[in-house]
Ligand binder design. Sequence first.
Ligand code: SF4
Length: 303
Amino acid sequence: MPYSLPPTLSPSRVSAFTECALAFRFANLDRLPEPPAPHLTRGTLVHLALERLFMLAPAERTAAQAEACLDAAVAALRDDPEFSGLGLDAEGEAAFVAEARRLVDRYFTMEDPASVHAVGLELRLRAEVGGVELTGIIDRLDRTPDGGFEVVDYKTGKAPGERHERGRLNGVDTYALLCERVLGVLPTAVKLLYLGDGTTITCIPTAHTTRFIEQKVGAVWVTIQRANQSDSFRPKPGRLCEWCSFQTFCPAFGGDAEEGRRLGERLRAERGAERGADANVAGLHDEPLRFDDAASGAAAAAG
Ligand code: SF4
């Protein structure tokens, strides 16, 4: 039986489907939980710290304030499963935060935050593109001296090598397209700040590139719908398999994709039952599935 498809697509969902349709299914349709990954949690921390930094007046955006912003971000995230699920002891946490601090420090070698006119932080944009609602979060939207807009995206890794560059930069054009649809103006540039090595890549979006993205999003959406109707979300073994949380259920690794579907159904039913029991608790319906709960479910399914 076909899944009920998510009502929106994000740039990461588009690229997840393109990279491996089966991993997309496990994550977005079966909604199997994934354990927290240190590099993603570190990214969350650094993004939070820089967001707090840009909430300050320009003259206050100093390196010392950025350190304080990072400390506040750690305090805010410490009890979140994304952070606590890493299971760090005191020494591990110190090393983890020190690495995040290095990334925030490196940011100051790349631009002067006091000279930035930020008009949007963690901006959620949503627009109809290619027959589907496309959503995306822009890390920072700047106003340029000539009245234009620039999109800034922080990356906590290193800049891609030339061979992989184009593929990794497709998301950039998606942000530009969303900006154009929501703000009515194409940004003059999209800047990617690679804090891992201090590289800045600046892309200039054009009507041609955004048109290409619109066609691509539309084509991916049609392909997802077809795959759903014919139940043909196929594995695509490649470089991502090394980090994939779903190898246990992947036929390319001797697993059974149907087991993943059954586990997803059971976890969703359990979560639905919990919601029913607490239906009068505001906001519970948006609560994400906790990895601990699901990990015990996976063990039960495997047993
Ligand atoms: S292990 Fe590889 S092929 Fe299998 S679902 Fe994950 S990414 Fe796809």
